[in-house]
Design a protein around this ligand. Structure first.
Ligand code: SF4
Length: 516
């Protein structure tokens, strides 16, 4: 009985940007008695069905974007006599779908790290359950990934998770509903073990694939102190202590190691934290800016962000501390008007963002926005190959319309055109070249241009374009650029690298201070 873990994708680039972490985590959750699982990432190459034999077990993790391809694979595997198990965010939200459409024998809802061994055991005994309620496990039970199974020279960045969950509740995001609002943070010991293993293999660019790298803000601490809640305060301080401990140890890794993470803008109020990030080689962060106006932020329940001039200053604060920002903006908010696009493009430039992405407000399953939109669509009779628009991910890709949240003042076409215009402006050769000034050598500047163009191709054209010829062209170009880009990110293997020792600091005496 062979175990296959499959990451479905309708597009294969031959080289991928970031390792699909779940494949390597579930590989670690697979007991040794089954042998090493066969890991198939379709963002590299499509599945070869003949690999699947009767009695094998197939684990497929899906999010909304790749659910339909996941169901195709499930059907193929089931027809070949395999046990078919689904998991991932989408299967957790819609557990009946994989059973109805994907040939599933079982669906795992929630974190698969612990329950996976029981699922395999049940398959071996021929009695898998229809649903496994795995829930949210504690951080101590998260499995460290099996990086020894990575294929060589295929990925640009590796991914390591340090914390799951986000205390916020943005209307367009499902993370706080699926991963929960209580941060489940891993100990720096296990995180460092993984990172050092990856650095030994020659990965020097590593994404800290967290929902929010800054789970405790200064405001949270002040609030707990003001409320005279010592237990809460101690809990928050312990989380913060461990963040600093992690960063202290990352700071001791070889200086060419680079980390990238995802963080809320509130971190800009916390210079100590930003200094620690810089010292820890966390040189880039995706910051969800979303909107540049107070009304826009209210639209998405993100009032904790800033708008206007203070927004520009906050974003610049990251840069002043040596942290490059990938700013993420959303267009199509109810309060957006034609002038919002121009204002957003200007903020992105003034705030000295290194990269930016401009996405259109899309009601994703599991979000507040989706629930609201689904209600408004109750009487909609539109069907494409028999599928209602509220289940658009089940429409075959060539026929699938782009679904955006309805806008009170602008058409989809207008929103799309203006969004594309902002991408074009931000990623014009002239703008990229200007931004590349922070790179010290000509070679580094040229590398920056290449990476900027790749980023734009992968995320703007394939994400927004509705015309399939343009998508195909973008894919070809991205495939072509991806290989040289991967070489730019690769590092020298360091097989003898040791895990930096624990410092055991207290929150009151940040160890990073000694590094400044
Ligand atoms: S968008 Fe970011 S800050 Fe908002 S809930 Fe999701 S992860 Fe948290």
């Amino acid at each position: 009985m062979k175990v296959h873990l499959i990451n479905p994708s309708g597009m294969s680039f031959g080289t991928a940007v970031i390792t699909p972490r779940w494949l390597y985590v579930l590989a670690a959750a697979t007991p040794g008695s089954y042998g090493d699982p066969n890991l198939i990432d379709e963002t590299l190459e499509p599945l070869e069905p003949s690999q699947i034999q009767p009695g094998d077990v197939i684990g497929i993790s899906i999010h909304t974007g790749n659910a339909l391809r996941g169901y195709e694979i499930g059907q193929i595997a089931r027809n070949r006599g395999a046990w078919v198990i689904f998991g991932g965010i989408h299967a957790t939200l819609y557990p009946e779908e994989p059973h109805r459409l994907g040939g599933a024998h079982a669906v795992v809802k929630g974190d698969g790290d612990v329950v996976w061994a029981s699922v395999l055991e049940d398959c071996r005994n021929g009695v898998p359950q229809e649903i496994y309620e795995a829930g949210r496990i504690e951080a101590a039970s998260f499995k460290p990934a099996r990086w020894d199974l990575l294929p060589p020279k295929r990925y640009m960045w590796a991914s390591v998770q340090t914390v799951r969950g986000c205390p916020k509740h943005c209307s367009f995001c499902s993370v706080w509903r699926t991963d929960g609002q209580r941060p489940r943070q891993r100990s720096s010991d296990v995180v460092l073990e993984e990172i050092v293993q990856l650095r030994r293999l020659g990965f020097r660019f590593i994404a800290l694939a967290d929902d929010n790298f800054y789970p405790v803000t200064l405001t949270d601490l002040e609030l707990a102190a003001r409320q005279n809640n010592p237990a809460r305060l101690a809990e928050l301080k312990a989380i913060r202590d461990e963040r600093f401990e992690l960063m202290f140890r990352l700071a001791q890794l070889p200086p060419d190691t680079v980390f990238f993470t995802q963080i809320t803008m509130e971190a800009a109020e916390d210079p100590e934290f930003l200094q620690a990030m810089k010292a820890a080689h966390i040189l880039g962060a995706l910051v969800g800016v979303e909107a540049v106006t107070p009304q826009g932020l209210k639209d998405v329940y993100k009032d904790f962000n800033c708008a206007g001039e203070s927004l520009v200053q906050r974003l610049q604060t990251f840069r002043r501390h040596g942290i490059h920002v990938l700013g993420s903006f959303i267009f199509g908010l109810p309060s957006d008007r034609p002038q919002t696009f121009e204002a957003t493009a200007a903020v992105a430039e003034q705030a000295e963002l290194t990269f930016a992405q401009f996405v259109m407000l899309t009601p994703y399953p599991g979000t507040v926005d989706f629930a609201r939109w689904e209600k408004t669509m109750q009487d909609d009779q539109t069907r494409i190959v028999g599928v209602p628009l509220t289940r658009h991910w089940l429409i075959p890709a060539p026929l699938r319309p782009k679904i955006y949240s309805p806008h009170p003042a602008m058409t989809d076409h207008e929103l799309r055109q203006k969004t594309q215009g902002v991408w074009d402006r931000f990623y014009s050769l002239k703008s990229i070249w200007r931004r590349s000034r922070s790179s010290k050598t000509l070679k580094a500047r040229l590398a920056f241009v290449l990476i900027s163009k790749l980023y734009r191709r992968m995320y703007a054209d394939t994400g927004i374009a509705t015309d399939s010829a343009r998508v195909a062209r973008s894919m070809r170009l991205a495939r072509w650029i991806a290989k040289p880009c991967r070489r730019l990110f690769a590092g020298r293997p360091m097989p003898d690298l040791q895990v930096p020792a624990r410092h055991g600091n207290r929150f009151e005496s940040c160890p990073l201070q000694v590094l400044q």
